[in-house]
Ligand binder design. Structure first.
Ligand code: 9MR
Length: 325
């Protein structure tokens, strides 16, 4: 492995190169992670339900395993995530009167524990509506159900008050390059920031597939977010080998598809480099193909090969395209 160039090293004049990790991937691929990545995100271990499943009961073992690995190796982390409709325990929504107070306590306890190592928090995750032509907000979020849109500004105010100065405060979402959703995200951030800047960074999750979104759509999204004065983090990048509505039984693991996959990876990293003045980090959502959440999504049991390394830790063609500049 020693002759293979380090991704993080190769990109040191551009932006951080990150990976979503968990205790299992750290145990299995620790050396690979240390070599190639200079930013880490807990895939699930810092989510609300992981660290505070019951009111006042904090469970930090898994998050600590990742954070201690990061500390030992001097790798900074992104925190993921505080306010989300997913992986959040019901108890916090059961009492409207105490929900904000509990959220603040949560941010103090979790944010405080990792304050030495976390440089950015996904304060709010996935609050925008997916559908065009209606409310800009995701109405089915229990946060929206309790407080309407006001929870967004409240959450960022809280984060700004509680987290160490200088922590990047991120609004993070998917389908971020789709023009309709992109514009809803921008409108949402404008409203949060209308009395002063709270959100300073937009997280473009970037769960993509070859050709989708188009390269033009990605450039346009980056330009529009940057024009708002926002820093950009690519937070959850992966490129599925599958078509979105692929017919069952489709043969997908072909040399042609692998070439499209590799080419797309090369093309999107060329875009990221072009916009390096706006982009602070590019995080892949997983380490090796087999550790990706896409195995079994959205079709149960169906594998995918969405990342840059095989399960043997070998770089794939996509890896070589990413470092080919
Ligand atoms: O990768 C995560 C997977 O292990 C979890 O089962 C899933 C539960 O919702 O969350 C995945 O990560 C998601 C991230 O937290 C937010 N954006 C979408 C990611 C992929 O679903």
């Amino acid at each position: 492995m020693s002759e293979i160039v380090s991704l993080a090293e190769k990109y040191k004049d551009y932006f951080k190169i990150g990976a979503a990790v968990n205790p299992r991937s750290i145990a299995k691929y620790g050396d690979l992670i240390k070599k190639h990545f200079n930013s880490l995100t807990c895939e699930n271990e810092m989510k609300f339900i992981s660290v505070q499943p019951e009111r006042g009961v904090f469970t930090f073992d898994a998050a600590d395993t990742v954070a201690n690995f990061a500390r030992e190796n001097g790798i900074p982390m992104r925190g993921h995530t505080f306010v989300w409709h997913g992986q959040t325990p019901r108890w916090i929504f059961e009492d409207k009167d105490s929900a904000y107070e509990e959220l603040a306590k949560h941010m103090e306890t979790v944010g405080g524990r990792y304050a030495d190592i976390v440089y950015a928090w996904d304060v709010v995750n996935e609050a925008a509506n997916d559908a065009d032509g209606g409310n800009i907000y995701r109405e089915r979020s229990p946060w929206y159900g309790l407080f309407g849109e006001s929870y967004l500004k409240e959450a960022f105010k809280m984060a700004k008050r509680i987290l160490p100065a200088g922590t990047k405060l991120v609004y993070n979402d998917y389908n971020e390059s789709n023009p309709g959703k992109r514009d809803r995200i921008i409108e949402m951030i404008r409203r949060i920031n209308d009395e002063g800047i709270l959100v300073d960074t937009v997280g473009m999750q970037s769960h993509w597939r070859p050709g989708s979104p188009s390269l033009d759509m990605i450039c346009e999204a980056i330009e529009k977010y940057a024009a708002e004065g926002l820093r950009i983090h690519i937070t959850e990048l992966d490129v599925s080998m599958h078509e979105w509505n692929e017919a069952p039984g489709t043969v997908w693991d072909t040399p042609e598809r692998a070439e499209e996959h590799a080419k797309y990876y090369g093309d999107i990293f060329a875009i990221f480099r072009k916009y390096k003045d706006h982009i602070d980090s590019v995080t892949l959502w997983g380490v090796t193909d087999g550790t990706s959440w896409l195995n079994g999504f959205p079709v149960r049991g169906r594998p995918d090969k969405a990342l840059l390394f095989t399960d043997d830790g070998m770089p794939k063609e996509a890896f070589y395209r990413v470092i080919d500049f």
